[in-house]
Design a protein around this ligand. Structure first.
Ligand code: G16
Length: 543
C-alpha cells in the first residue's frame, strides 16, 4: 500500500466556527472538501507522524465514509495509531475521555452536534487536542491558515477497514484499534457518582425517562441507566441512533424535544426526564411539571455537586460563558468560589480546567460539564442530577424552588432568529456596536443602562485575548441583554438575543419567564431594531 499524493487547491470558507467546521453534508462530500480540511488539521496539529489519535463521530449520514477517508489520510501521513469507536461511533464526551485516558495526541470528532443530519442537512469535523478538549483558537487559526494554502494531500489507497468489531488491525504501517464506544465512558461515570444510591432511589419508585433523540447517546443511556442503574426498559426513548436522527433535530430544548416536555407536563409525568443531543454533549433537564433552564441547571449543580462522591471535596471554582445567566455567580459568591466568565465555546474552558482553576462549568446552550473530560457532557449532567435527587430525596421542582428562594431567581430566555440575511444581521450588529459608547446612563424601555460593551476575554492562564465575543448591555437592577451571531449555523446568520432579569422578591419567583422578561425584550428591540433587521415579527426558537 503506497501513499498517494493528490493535487488540490484551497477551498474557500473552511474556517472553524464555535465548534469545528460545520457545513452542509453535500459540501463536505464535494471533491477534496473533507480531504483538504483534514490535511489542514494535520498542519495545524504540527503533523501526525508517529502520533496516536482518537477518531469517532455521532453516526450521522457520511460519518462512516468520512471515517474511512480520515483513517487513510492518517496512515498516509505516518500516524502510529488511531483508536476508533466501533462503527466509527463515539459520543463527544466519550471521545474526550479516550483522548485523555489513553494519553493520545488528540483526536478528530465527526459531528455537527445538535444540527440535523442527512444528505441535505449538516456535517462537521473538529480537532481536539491532547487534553481532550476542542482545539483552542490558536490551533484553529493555524488550521484555517493551512486551508488557504493547501495544494496537495496524502492518502493511502486501500479497501475500507472493518470497523464493525472491537479489535486491532493495521492500515499500512498504522495500527487501528477498534473499541467499544461505551465501556470506558461508563466506567468513568461509575467513579464519579454513587450508582448504588441512584439504583436504590429508582428501585424506590422514582421514575426516569431519557430521550436519546435517535442520536449517539442511545447505547450509552441503555448501558448506564437501564443495565447498570436498573431503570425500567422503557426509560430510554428513541434509543437507536440513526443517520438522520429519525428525521428530527437532535437538539434537546423545549422546541425540538417537545414530546418530552409534554410528557412531564402531562398526567403520566415521570419524576425526572432528560434529553441529549446528536453527539451527546448537551442536556435538557426536566422534572414533573417543570423545565429547568440550562443556566439554572448549572447553578443547581454547582450548589449541590458535593453530594456526589466525585465532587465531595468541593469545587475549585466555576465558570460560565458570558451569555449564560448569572445564576451561577450567585452560588459562587455564597460559597466563596471563583467564578470565571468566558466567551461562548467550550474550548475557552479548557485552560481553566487544565490549570485546576475550575471544577464545573457550563453554558446557556444546554452544555454542562466538569474536569472529568474536556467537553460538555450530557449524560454526566443527567447522572449528577440523579445523584443529587437521590441524596436529597426531593422533587426537581422543590429543589429549584428552594434554590431560587435561597439565591434569588435569574429569569432567563434566549430568542433565536435563524437563517436571517447575513449582511443584514452583520449591519445590525455593527450599528449596535457603533452606538455602545453613548449608551451608558441612557434609559431604554424604562430601565437605566449601567454598562454597554463588546465582550473581550483575556485568558488568565495563557494570556491570550479573544475580542468581538458579543455585545452585552447591563441595566440597573440586574437586567441584561446580550446580542451575538451564532458560530455554528450553516445557512445565513442566526441572531441570538439572550435576556436576563434578576428577581429576589419571594412573592415573584414563580412567574412565566417571557412575562418576567417583557421589559428586557422591549429593550432589546428598541436598542437593536431586531424586527427591521431580520424581517421577523417573532423569534424562530425560544429557549
Ligand atoms: C457549540 C459549542 C458551545 C456553544 C454552542 C452554541 O455547542 O461547543 O460552546 O455554546 O455551540 O454556539 P453558537 O451560539 O455560536 O451557535 P455544540 O453542542 O453545537 O457543539
Amino acid at each position: 500500500m503506497t501513499p498517494m499524493t493528490v493535487e488540490t487547491q484551497p477551498i474557500e470558507g473552511q474556517k472553524p466556527g464555535t465548534s469545528g467546521l460545520r457545513k452542509k453534508t453535500r459540501v463536505f462530500m464535494g471533491p477534496h472538501y473533507l480531504e483538504n480540511f483534514v490535511q489542514a488539521i494535520w498542519a495545524g496539529a504540527g503533523g501526525v507522524r508517529g502520533k496516536t489519535l482518537v477518531l469517532g463521530g455521532d453516526g450521522r449520514y457520511f460519518n462512516d465514509r468520512a471515517a474511512q477517508v480520515i483513517l487513510r489520510m492518517a496512515a498516509a501521513s505516518g500516524a502510529a495509531k488511531v483508536i476508533v469507536g466501533q462503527n466509527a461511533i463515539l459520543s463527544t464526551p466519550a471521545a474526550s475521555n479516550l483522548i485523555r485516558s489513553r494519553g493520545t495526541d488528540g483526536g478528530i470528532i465527526m459531528s455537527a452536534s445538535h444540527n440535523p443530519g442527512g444528505p441535505e442537512e449538516d456535517f462537521g469535523v473538529k480537532f481536539n487536542t491532547p487534553n481532550g478538549g476542542p482545539a483552542p483558537e490558536e490551533v484553529t487559526n493555524r488550521i484555517f491558515e493551512a486551508t488557504k494554502t493547501v495544494t496537495s494531500y496524502d492518502i493511502l489507497e486501500s479497501q475500507d477497514i472493518d470497523l464493525t468489531r472491537p479489535g486491532t488491525t493495521a492500515l499500512g504501517s498504522m495500527e487501528i484499534e477498534v473499541v467499544d464506544p461505551v465501556t470506558d465512558y461508563a466506567a468513568l461515570m461509575e467513579t464519579l457518582f454513587d450508582f448504588d444510591r441512584i439504583r436504590d432511589h429508582l428501585k424506590g419508585g422514582f421514575r426516569v425517562v431519557f430521550d436519546a433523540m435517535h442520536a449517539v447517546t442511545g447505547p450509552y443511556a441503555a448501558e448506564i441507566l437501564i443495565k447498570r442503574l436498573g431503570a425500567g426498559g422503557d426509560a430510554v426513548r428513541n434509543a437507536v441512533p440513526s443517520p438522520d436522527f429519525g428525521g428530527g433535530h437532535p437538539d434537546p430544548n423545549p422546541i425540538w424535544a417537545k414530546p418530552l416536555v409534554d410528557l412531564v407536563m402531562g398526567p403520566d409525568a415521570p419524576d425526572f426526564a432528560a434529553a441529549s443531543d446528536g453527539d451527546g454533549d448537551r442536556n435538557m433537564i426536566l422534572g414533573r411539571g417543570i423545565y429547568v433552564t440550562p443556566s439554572d441547571s448549572l447553578a443547581v449543580l454547582a450548589a449541590n455537586a458535593h453530594l456526589a462522591p466525585g465532587y465531595a471535596g468541593g469545587l475549585a471554582g466555576v465558570a460560565r460563558s458570558m451569555p449564560t445567566s448569572r445564576a451561577l455567580d450567585r452560588v459562587a459568591e455564597a460559597k466563596g468560589l471563583s467564578c470565571y466568565e468566558t466567551p461562548t465555546g467550550w474550548k475557552f474552558f479548557g485552560n481553566l480546567l487544565d490549570a485546576g482553576k475550575i471544577t464545573l462549568c457550563g453554558e446557556e446552550s444546554a452544555g454542562t460539564g466538569s474536569d472529568h473530560v474536556r467537553e460538555k457532557d450530557g449524560l454526566w449532567a443527567v447522572l449528577l442530577w440523579l445523584n443529587i435527587l437521590a441524596v436529597r430525596g426531593e422533587s426537581v421542582a422543590d429543589i429549584l424552588k428552594g434554590h431560587w428562594a435561597e439565591y434569588g431567581r435569574n429569569y432567563y430566555s434566549r430568542h433565536d432568529f435563524e437563517g436571517v440575511d447575513a449582511d443584514a444581521a452583520n449591519a445590525m450588529m455593527e450599528g449596535l456596536i457603533a452606538r455602545l459608547p453613548g449608551l451608558e446612563g441612557e434609559t431604554v424601555a424604562g430601565r437605566k443602562i449601567e454598562m454597554a460593551e463588546e465582550f473581550a476575554y483575556d485568558d488568565p492562564v495563557d494570556g491570550s485575548r479573544s475580542e468581538h465575543q458579543g455585545v452585552r448591555i447591563g441595566f440597573e437592577g440586574g437586567g441584561r441583554v446580550v446580542f451575538r451571531l451564532s458560530g455554528t449555523g450553516t445557512v445565513g446568520a442566526t441572531l441570538r438575543v439572550y435576556l436576563e432579569d434578576v428577581e429576589t422578591d419571594a412573592g415573584a419567583l414563580g412567574r412565566d419567564p417571557q412575562e418576567a422578561l417583557a421589559g428586557m425584550i422591549d429593550a432589546a428591540e428598541t436598542l437593536a431594531g431586531i424586527r427591521a433587521a431580520t424581517g421577523r415579527d417573532a423569534p424562530d426558537v425560544i429557549t
